[in-house]
Design a protein around this ligand. Structure first.
Ligand code: NAD
Length: 419
């Protein structure tokens, strides 16, 4: 087993989680070494011409963790906090996530260390196009397919698709997912992470014997993932009492009008500008009494420091890596059920897979078909993970890892080691 990892190092956390499941699955040392590390990493330092004519240099990463089950798949994030170890962790989680929902991809992730809010649209476009060119030796529709993540959206994906296609001399929609519909995007992709997370919450609530219409929810992070979860929960009759973004949160114990909060965020830039409700910090928000807590922002939000004060019955990880292993242990002891990220937020990559399939088939599915097949996969995966958790008497996280890692081990063994 590894040493106790630093909470602020997501890759150390990801490796510790892997070590726990490796132990449980009795993996031999060779297999542990294969799966503990990314198989390929690219670091690029590249120049971008800014609007004022000056040149700025940015650092970006593309990490492929494992390719045993298919082409690499994983988002690209733009954030000042991006580090190689963060991208490594996210790439590893993608490997297990794709395997948990049994889609034929390996895991990857990318990121550029930048403050996207401080860049103009033109600067963002030039940064994206240059970064795409730098990582073009790795990406491609049969090798490595990026997607949106924090602070990247359909527009950024369209620039990636266009840049890659310009180099090829013909359009290659399948190089990236999460694109606008006009260039081969899929119906339902933008909402898929939140929708998949909502299906997972419904399954977890049923398992606990709780009724969504009698429940309250708190959502940290009101972006692509969090805002959709909040909206779908509200539409299902659940009272969403607090939401937040990077500026802070708002709280109303009687329930927030989620659609209006979303309109305010789109209009004014932050949920804290919403005129109703009490303002509170992100730290305070995580400790509010509620039935369902949905961290949908960043890693390492639920730690040994605040886990004893969390007053939720159910934690559903829309974000990647929001709970440290220490917090996980505290939740288990306190009887708080945690649905892990590699299951709860797998809806995004699942519909990315549907988008990629549609691109390869040069065919388009209706939104109803996308959402129905997403629900089928999320429901089946939840049932599969729950069955392992019950049989092995382990947490849902360990069960999801046993399923995901087990499938990657099987593929690795079946393929053998080349040469
Ligand atoms: P996003 O950029 O659309 O939204 C992020 C939200 O988090 C924004 O509202 C932002 O203001 C808020 N935020 C940033 N810092 C915060 C802080 N310190 N406290 C509270 N809120 C903060 O990003 P997203 O795509 O919704 O991603 C959110 C999380 O979901 C990430 O962990 C990401 O890896 C994960 N995720 C996203 C997808 C997807 O398809 N978009 C898929 C799987 C997992």
């Amino acid at each position: 087993m590894s040493e106790t990892p630093r909470h602020d190092d997501p890759f150390a956390v990801a490796q510790q989680q892997f070590d726990m499941v490796a132990e449980r699955l009795h993996l031999d040392d060779g297999m542990r070494q294969i799966l503990r590390w990314p198989c390929r990493e690219l670091t690029t330092t590249f120049p971008v011409i800014m609007d004022d004519g000056s040149t700025r240099v940015f650092t970006g990463y593309r990490v492929q963790h494992n390719l045993a089950r298919g082409p690499a798949k994983g988002g690209i994030r733009y954030s000042p906090q991006v580090t190689l170890n963060e991208v490594r962790a996210l790439a590893m989680w993608m490997t297990w996530k794709c395997a948990v929902v049994n889609i034929p991809f390996g895991g990857a992730k990318g990121g550029v260390c930048c403050d996207p809010k401080a860049l103009s649209r033109k600067e963002l476009e030039r940064l994206t196009r240059r970064f795409t060119t730098e990582i073009s030796i790795l990406i491609g529709p049969t090798s490595d397919i990026p997607a949106p993540d924090m602070y990247t959206d359909a527009q950024v994906m369209a620039w990636i698709m266009d840049t890659y296609s310009m180099h090829k001399g013909y359009s290659v929609p399948g190089v990236v997912t999460g694109k606008p519909l006009s260039v081969g995007g899929s119906h339902g992709r933008r909402e898929a992470t939140g929708r998949g997370c909502f299906f997972t919450i419904a399954n977890a609530m049923r398992h606990l014997g709780l009724d969504l219409t009698q429940a309250t929810a708190v959502v940290q992070g009101f972006g692509n993932a969090g805002s959709v979860v909040a909206r779908l929960l509200a539409e299902a009759g659940c009272k969403v009492v607090a939401v937040s973004d990077s500026q802070g949160g708002i709280y109303n114990p009687r329930g927030l009008p989620v659609a209006e909060v979303l309109a305010c965020k789109q209009d004014k830039g932050s949920v804290v500008d919403f005129p109703e409700g009490e303002r509170l910090s992100n730290a305070e928000l995580l400790e509010l009494p509620c039935t369902i807590l949905v961290p949908a922002a960043l890693e390492n939000q639920l730690t040994a420091a605040n886990a004893p004060r969390v007053r939720a019955r159910l934690v559903v990880e829309a974000a990647n890596g929001p709970t440290t292993p220490e917090a996980d242990a505290i939740f288990e002891e306190r009887g708080i059920l945690v649905v892990p990220d590699i299951l709860a937020n797998a809806g995004g990559v699942t519909v990315s897979y549907f988008e990629w399939v549609q691109n390869l088939q040069e065919f388009r599915w209706k939104e109803e078909q996308v959402n129905r097949q997403l629900k089928e996969i999320m429901d089946e995966s939840f049932a599969h993970v729950l069955a392992i958790a019950t049989r092995e008497k382990v947490s849902l996280r360990l069960a999801a890892y046993m399923l995901g890692v087990g499938r990657v081990v099987q593929a690795t063994n079946d393929r053998g080691i080349y040469p």
